[in-house]
Design a protein around this ligand. Sequence first.
Ligand code: SAM
Length: 303
Amino acid sequence: SIHHLAYPPSPAEMDWSTHFPAFFEPPAAEGQGSKNLKGKKVEFADVGCGFGGLSISLAPLFPETLMLGLEIRVQVTQYVSDKIRALRLNPGSVDPDNAEDVAAAAAEGTAEGEDEPAAKRQKVETKDAKKSKVRGIKPELMPPEGYAYDNVSVLRANAMKFLPNFFEKGQLSKIFFLFPDPHFKARKHKARIISPTLLAEYAYVLRPGGLLYTITDVPDLHIWMTSHIGAFPLFQRLTDEDIDNIGLTSGEGVVGYEGSELQRERERAVMEAVKKRTEEGRKVERNQGGKEWSVWRRLPDPE
Ligand code: SAM
């Protein structure tokens, strides 16, 4: 059940069939892993996914890529799980993520700082949602007809423990740390999700060429994260220009990924999602807080 934290002894023994039934069959016998039907593995990990805004907005952008939110809080994980189930049952009615945000804003009186009455705006959004199927996606990046959120799931786990029990070496092409808990006090710093020890695990599960993303509204945490990642030999920070060009060259760490203008568009949408599509990111936006982000490429292992 979602309530107890269970870790497979190794990635091969993980049962992914409950998460991605369109991609895996249940294990044939106890202690075995699920049967992989399509040769796909989880490639994007959203660490401390909270209410799941990132993974849920990336899923239709990368319909062929399996993505997983990792979240430690029971109720929050359950919420994301329920949301994904609702989307699978009714993918045409998207984007609940956004509708909720509008509803929350409506309760506050105005929608996202606009002058329009919230109630009216909500109506328009609902109508648009029906019309365009998946809101907020450029037409050229729309998923194929019949897309139903089969490629996204959430797992209740302590991401600071046992990550290599779930993911093989080099399995991930993207790992996200979006608005992680700041743990302000110095004696709490060891609780931070980025640390030298944990970076070794993140580098292990991320493939060479893969990307690690951070964003925060806490300047001190940004300095902490970037200085630790920067000191780690297997990560190279991307410049703003590099970030803008992600997707242009082939081999961005995603299997079958050919660089193209379209891929660049898709990767730009990823950056937009990193900044604006998580619940915490929206909250910061509403409060007009600053955000600082960084993107890092996993370098090849030294000879
Ligand atoms: N990334 C989300 C966003 O941007 O909206 C959530 C940000 S929230 C401030 C941090 C989240 O990380 C919380 O939901 C918290 O429960 C989760 N979290 C903290 N430590 C964790 C851990 N060790 N493993 C998994 N999730 C964790």
